[in-house]
Design a protein. Structure first.
Length: 251
């Protein structure tokens, strides 16, 4: 099958290409903008499968479909939260949440190979998706959380949380006063509730608050270690596949 990647961050595109190569999928072309993609589709045979970033440097990737009739299956790659991704489910579009996990990528590729969708005109309505994705940072994110402490409910302000972490099937908020509170949620559910400019998921186990990072240290295997102002119960390591996105987030 012929496969292309449309992604404005070239390191992310190269990394995804390597991940796909490990699954036996050869990427023939990498495009990096709406303008470049439109020109390419006008002058080349359309591929079987496109891995498509939503937000490109010069606009939303949906603009490609406004200009060109695309005859390809699409797997979207996105850093947007679960709230926005509801629209993808409604439109029966596959998606992968950045940073892309190897296992999730393998599942998506296997699903495509199993379904083997025929090449036909894209009959998808992108309007619902556009409504959720345009100016996503203007959305309201949670400013407070509650935790049960004995017979009481403790109100925790989001800006007081140094990190959220999972342990023994529980999800905890570690606050700037050195306390750890058990929350009635999961890290996955927090995905759509946390302000992405403030919180970043550095690994499967940790979200960190940029305002409480004290130090960032080089670690083994091209990873990074994060030191927070108060939280010290566990090492916080940025997983290798998330280091590049983490560095971009810091800027």
């Amino acid at each position: 099958m012929t496969t292309i990647i449309i992604e404005d961050e070239k390191p992310s595109a190269r990394r995804l290409s390597r991940q796909l190569a490990n699954l036996g999928v050869e990427v023939t072309t990498m495009l990096h903008s709406v303008e470049e993609s439109i020109e390419w589709f006008k002058n080349n045979e359309h591929p079987d499968l496109i891995f498509l970033d939503i937000q490109l440097s010069d606009g939303l990737s949906f603009e490609v479909f406004d200009a060109v009739e695309v005859h390809s299956a699409i797997i979207f790659t996105t850093a947007y939260d679960e709230y926005a991704l509801q629209a993808f489910k409604l439109n029966s579009i596959d998606y992968l949440l950045k940073p892309i996990d190897d296992e999730e990528l393998e599942v998506a590729v296997k699903k495509y190979r199993t379904l083997k969708p025929s090449r036909q005109k894209m009959a998808l309505d992108f309007e619902d998706i556009k409504k959720l994705l345009i100016n996503p940072l203007e959305r309201e994110y949670k400013k407070r959380f509650t935790a049960k402490v004995g017979q009481h409910l403790k109100i925790i302000n989001a800006d007081e949380v140094e990190c959220f972490y999972s342990e023994n099937k529980g999800t905890y908020a570690a606050t700037s006063d050195g306390r750890n509170y058990l929350l009635d949620t999961t890290l996955e559910n927090l995905e759509g509730e946390l302000q992405p400019k403030t919180f970043f998921r550095v690994s499967r186990k940790f979200y960190v608050n940029i305002n409480h990072i004290k130090d960032i240290i080089s670690y083994t295997n091209s990873r990074l270690q994060i030191k927070l102002n108060r939280f010290s119960e566990q090492e916080i390591i940025v997983s290798r596949e998330r280091v590049q996105d983490f560095k971009l987030w810091l800027e």
